[in-house]
Design a protein around this ligand. Structure first.
Ligand SMILES: *Cc1c(COP(=O)(O)O)cnc(C)c1O
Length: 449
């Protein structure tokens, strides 16, 4: 190993370094050279002292990025459990095994083993969803946005959908309800005011052109104070009287009660079905804790119409998704979600358990301090769905730079900065990742000391 120096090393030395030269066969000499130029140029601009080892490591990192063909695993230290940018819910070991088992082999994905004829891709998973949700039938598509789209296209194209003005939301990632309605050729009929909407407002807006009454989970925002919204039950009653189906876009769609974990109760799929809503749409990778998917559950005759929509062909899920979702749903049997699903394991960790883990950090990092923090469910759960947590605060003059160093590490660690301090929230870090986080912090400490 070359000794760390203070001058920027020469290009040829870097290209000849044995840990760099190996990349040439894969990426070609020119791309390796350009990566090295980029890093050296950046080091010059920064005007900071960077040793040979640090520069070579940075070049290697850049080359790894260039040669990778898929996203890389990161450690989530943000305290946001369902972080859309970090891939939302980590899958359960059951789901991972199911993907490995089914992915590498043929399966009866669309094949009826009894008759030897073509079967339905949704048959088995539909049955599992019926059992979990209490709905008459269910269907899986690519994500919840696709589920909403399919519902609107099937029932409301060229007709009217009534929505409370207080629920005309943008869900993030550019999913704006009014625009989705427009794209599907649906006429939006807004009723009520931003803060107060009554079931009578829906009733007055009914017309022969009304296709659906739509209820949308407010997800990432909240209207407080002098507010009113019709209950799902009242809307369902109106829908039945008028012969118009009520659709509820739940988004996060829990199957169990989050209040049991000490956070705000989140409306469950079973509650929506129990309230008499005709169709519910929700995500597979939010509070279900499974793979990216969108689920429509509800009345059998309406699900049958969704199945007959040719658009379904474009929105259908692959076998890996079905395998993972099926295994995830199995985790809800016998209330095993708490043990088997990473999301619920993380939610279930007690403050004492987190405190105990924090001791390892305090011991290894004398500068760091441990304190209580607040973690969030995220992923379109209510904004107030928070849960007490513990975080490691790492002192730094430049927390942004420290955060960048942690992101550049192996594995990358994504943190949060709060009040000018860099925090690592223990609720989203898996206990088996603690030693990796500590090692990264120690390494960075040495590099900057
Ligand atoms: C998150 C969310 C969606 C979109 O779900 P995806 O699975 O990301 O497509 C739609 N509606 C609501 C209310 C949501 O919270």
């Amino acid at each position: 190993m070359a000794k760390s120096g203070t001058r920027i090393p020469a290009m040829h030395r870097i290209l000849e370094d044995e840990s760099i030269a190996g990349y040439e066969a894969e990426l070609g000499r020119e791309r390796v050279r350009r990566a090295a130029e980029e890093i050296i140029g950046r080091a010059r601009l920064s005007g900071e002292r960077q040793g040979y080892d640090a520069i070579v490591a940075a070049v290697r990192k850049r080359l790894d990025d260039l040669s990778s063909t898929s996203p890389t695993a990161v450690i989530n230290a943000t305290g946001i459990l369902l972080h859309t940018n970090l891939g939302r819910a980590p899958l359960s070991p059951d789901a991972v095994t199911a993907i490995a088992d089914l992915g590498g082999r043929y399966s009866n994905l669309e094949y009826d083993l009894k008759t030897g004829e073509r079967g339905s891709r949704n048959a088995v998973i539909g049955e599992a969803l019926r059992a979990c949700t209490g709905a008459e039938d269910a269907l899986v598509v690519n994500n919840c946005a696709a589920a909403v789209f399919l519902v609107l296209d099937t029932f409301a194209k060229g007709r009217e959908v009534i929505v409370a003005r207080s629920q005309l939301v943008e869900i993030g990632g550019g999913f704006r309800l009014p625009e989705v309605l427009e794209r599907t050729g649906v006429k939006l009929v807004e009723v009520g005011t931003t803060n107060r909407v009554y079931v009578e407002d829906f009733e007055r807006a009914l017309s022969p052109r009304t296709a659906l009454l739509l209820r949308v989970h407010p997800s990432n925002y909240r209207i407080e104070g002098f507010t009113h919204e019709p209950s799902a039950r009242d809307l369902a009653m109106l829908g039945r009287r008028a012969g118009v189906p009520v659709v509820e876009d739940l988004g996060s769609g829990a199957l169990c009660d989050l209040a049991e974990y000490g956070t705000a109760h989140e409306r469950t799929v079973q509650e929506a079905i129990g309230d008499g809503v005709a169709l519910v749409t929700f995500s597979g990778d939010k509070l279900i804790g499974g793979p990216q998917a969108g689920i429509v559950a509800g009345r059998a005759n309406l699900i049958a119409r969704l199945r007959n929509n040719p658009l379904l062909r474009a929105l259908r899920v692959g076998k890996l998704t079905i395998a993972a979702l099926g295994a995830t749903l199995r985790c809800y049997r016998g209330r095993a979600a708490r043990e088997r699903l990473p999301l619920y394991r993380k939610l279930a960790a007690t403050l004492d358990e987190l405190r105990e883990r924090a001791k390892a950090y305090e011991k290894a990092l004398p500068n760091a301090s441990v304190g209580e923090s607040v973690a969030y469910v995220g992923g379109g759960a209510l904004p107030q769905a928070s849960i007490a947590s513990m975080a490691i605060a790492v002192p730094s003059e430049r927390p942004q730079q420290l955060a960048a160093s942690l992101r550049a590490g192996e594995p990358p660690i994504v943190t949060r900065i709060e009040g000018g301090r860099l925090l690592l929230d223990l609720r989203t870090i898996a206990p088996e990742e603690d030693h990796l986080v500590i090692a990264s912090l120690l390494k960075i400490g040495r590099l900057t000391a």
